[in-house]
Write a protein that binds this ligand. Structure first.
Ligand code: PNS
Length: 163
């Protein structure tokens, strides 16, 4: 069985992430969406449990997708679970250098770790969790950016209008 891992901060999951997860689920027998920790990102807006719950809510239609979290190295998670592939979405050239470096580092740490890049859908080129959070914090419209099942959770957490 070929197992792939889609790692990320998912703070929160966006339509861009969901597109990559959907497409990965067609390419591999099993996909683990892994809420992982990016030390270069400061405090998350959603707890690990909340992020996992949001991903579960939007991937329920995908039979071969499961959600997990891990606070260690991705390479160690692959070793532990027998997963062979890391799936990452690539938005633009600007993503490439960082993603390329991570792919090489992961393979150095664990030679069984192969990274596969899926090009993002054109309409999601600009999309990131940070953009969603910025717009939501001003009360802006984010329905085109995140799955409908989690829209209210995100709006309620991030928009605090002045009384
Ligand atoms: O959504 P993000 O923040 O761009 O995802 C980055 C993430 C969480 C996948 C990356 O930081 C990661 O793999 N973290 C786990 C720790 C690790 O293995 N770091 C070394 C990667 S070479």
């Amino acid at each position: 069985m070929r197992i792939a891992v889609c790692p990320g901060s998912f703070d929160p999951v966006t339509l861009g992430h969901l597109d990559i997860i959907n497409r990965a689920s067609k390419l591999f027998d099993k996909v683990i969406v892994l809420v992982s920790f990016n030390k270069s990102k400061s405090r998350a807006s959603f707890s690990t449990t909340e992020r996992m719950e949001m991903i579960i809510a939007v991937t329920g239609h995908l039979d071969n997708v499961v959600v997990d979290c891990y606070d260690g190295l991705l390479a160690d998670y692959l070793k532990m679970t027998g997963a062979e592939v890391i799936v990452k979405g690539l938005r633009a050239v600007s993503d490439f250098e960082y993603e390329f470096q991570m792919a090489l580092a992961n393979r150095k740490l664990y030679e069984g770790a192969e990274t596969v890049f899926l090009t993002t859908a054109g309409e999601n080129m600009f999309l990131s969790s940070s953009v969603v959070k910025e717009i939501a914090s001003f009360g802006g419209e984010i329905s085109g950016f995140v799955p409908p099942q989690i829209l209210d959770t995100i709006k309620n957490r991030l928009y605090k209008p002045e009384k």
